[in-house]
Design a protein around this ligand. Structure first.
Ligand SMILES: NC(=O)c1ccc[n+]([C@@H]2O[C@H](COP(=O)([O-])OP(=O)(O)OC[C@H]3O[C@@H](n4cnc5c(N)ncnc54)[C@H](O)[C@@H]3O)[C@@H](O)[C@H]2O)c1
Length: 439
């Protein structure tokens, strides 16, 4: 099948590449010329495990090309995916301007039947708005399919290649049949392609993200309560996770959720409810809890060292909003590092992939370290913000030697309490008792 994907970001680039990998001819379009130039040379602008290799192979085999010319891409293809960003507007609603601009571009370029697929996360009613925007500028027939994307950054290729489910919203059998044909190779192990109306497909994406964010905020609140009553949230997590009605996923407390999706999608649901004359107090609380949780690690630093951190040096491991990505959009690390700087601390940061992104946020206000241990030198404490695998089994004696004081604020509960005790660290996890070295 010949298809184009307009918007070559985390979603568009992964989707386009994976469709090419299953044998389709794919044109990826972006308005940023440097991004397209780089991709043509095999330079991938984002970090996503496995992506670079897949792009190289599909480019070499002629199935994947890149362009800034959306009109030309639309003329050469039958299925057109819209995968541009939908950031929150001033009032929290999803900003559809990029989606609608692309819809009009597709409409103007069409010279026959097209399936236009909304892959971006868009609020209920957007398929109708896309349809109207296209109909204004073309007489050619077309269908709009809503096809929300559920991939996770850091595991995006795997998620796209083996999705738990594919959701397709639309009313045209012709369009839905084409989409089924496109997705069939990805669901050969029996996971379903679920078809429904556009509005339900649009809402499904928001419902999924809002529910996941709710689980995170619930566990963060539960962790804070565990700290007060002397329970260990990690035991509680294991104790409830085996209940099949609950399951093990998304029960890990931490420093709050971030990223380009959860914060904006929760906001967008609240906004949609508001527009319908309905409040959504549950999601208001999810947001409020998350904002507080992003400050929790710095609160612990202040409880331990006092509010004035001038003259103190803090090391931070992990800046990306989650492991295996360089994405720092809405990352809790932004709140945490700014909180430390505002209290006068000097900050030394390390992340395996996000240092370039971090430079855009912090400039020369922090020091950057490619090697995690280098950030620890003469620091008064280490803060763990992202649970990269490489932080799980570090050289504790070496860390103790490098740190001015052996203090770890662990926002991800990576370490064993007994190991911390045996190594002589002061260890402050989330929702678990503080470990203090025997005096
Ligand atoms: N990132 C994720 O993990 C994820 C997961 C599921 C769904 N989504 C949704 O997918 C959508 C895209 O997210 P993303 O993270 O890939 O965004 P992104 O910001 O990484 O990428 C968007 C791309 O679209 C390009 N673009 C914007 N306007 C354009 C135009 N008129 N013509 C051509 N290109 C244009 C931008 O230059 C950018 O490269 C959003 O709606 C998001 O909510 C994201």
């Amino acid at each position: 099948m010949k298809l184009c994907v307009i918007g070559t970001g985390y979603v568009g680039l992964v989707a386009g590449t994976c469709f090419a990998e299953s044998g389709n001819d794919v044109v990826c379009v972006d308005k940023i010329a440097e991004k397209i130039e780089a991709l043509r040379k095999g330079v991938v602008p984002i970090y996503e495990p496995g992506l670079e290799e897949l792009i190289r192979r599909n480019v070499a085999e002629g199935r994947l090309t890149f362009t800034t010319d959306a009109a030309d891409a639309v003329k050469r293809t039958v299925v057109c995916f819209i995968a541009v960003g939908t950031p929150p507007g001033e009032d929290g609603s999803a900003d559809l301007s990029a989606v609608l601009a692309v819809a009009r571009e597709i409409g103007r370029a069409m010279d026959g039947y097209r399936v236009v697929v909304a892959k971006s996360t868009v609020p209920v009613g957007s398929a109708e708005r896309i349809r109207a925007a296209i109909a204004e500028v073309t007489k050619h027939p077309f269908d709009v399919v809503s096809n929300p994307e559920f991939l996770k950054e850091g595991a995006a290729i795997d998620d796209f290649m083996k999705p738990d489910r594919v959701v397709l919203g639309g009313t045209s059998q012709r369009a839905l049949d084409l989409m089924r044909e496109l997705y069939d190779p990805f669901v050969r192990t029996g996971n379903p392609i679920i078809t429904m109306d556009n509005a339900s497909a649009e809402m499904t994406k928001y419902a999924a993200n809002a529910l996941l964010a709710t689980r995170i905020s619930f566990m963060n609140e539960m962790a804070n309560l565990c700290e007060r009553v002397g329970a260990d949230v990690d035991n509680v997590r294991r104790g409830i996770g085996y209940d099949r009605r609950i399951g093990h996923h998304f029960l890990f407390p931490g420093v709050g959720y971030g990223g380009s999706c959860f914060p904006k999608d929760v906001k967008a649901v609240i906004r949609t409810a508001h527009e319908q004359g309905m409040e959504f107090p549950l999601l208001n609380a999810v947001e409020e809890v998350n904002e507080a949780q992003k400050r929790r690690l710095v609160d612990k630093v202040v409880e331990h060292f006092g509010a004035d951190l001038s003259g103190r040096r803090m090391a931070v491991w992990g800046l990306a909003f989650k492991p295996r990505t360089d994405d720092m959009r809405e990352a809790p690390s932004l709140t945490i590092v700014e909180g430390l700087l505002a209290r006068g601390a000097s900050v030394a940061v390390h992340d395996p992939e996000a240092l370039n992104e971090a430079r855009k946020a912090f400039g020369d206000r922090v020091t950057y370290h490619r090697v995690n241990y280098d950030a620890l030198k003469d620091a008064d404490a280490l803060l763990i913000v992202t649970e990269w695998n490489e932080f799980r089994r570090p050289d504790f004696p070496r860390m103790k030697q490098l740190l001015r004081q052996p203090v770890i604020f662990d926002g991800r509960n990576l370490y064993d309490i007994e190991v911390m005790r045996a190594c002589g660290f002061t260890y402050l996890p989330i929702g678990r008792a503080i470990v203090r070295p025997a005096s």
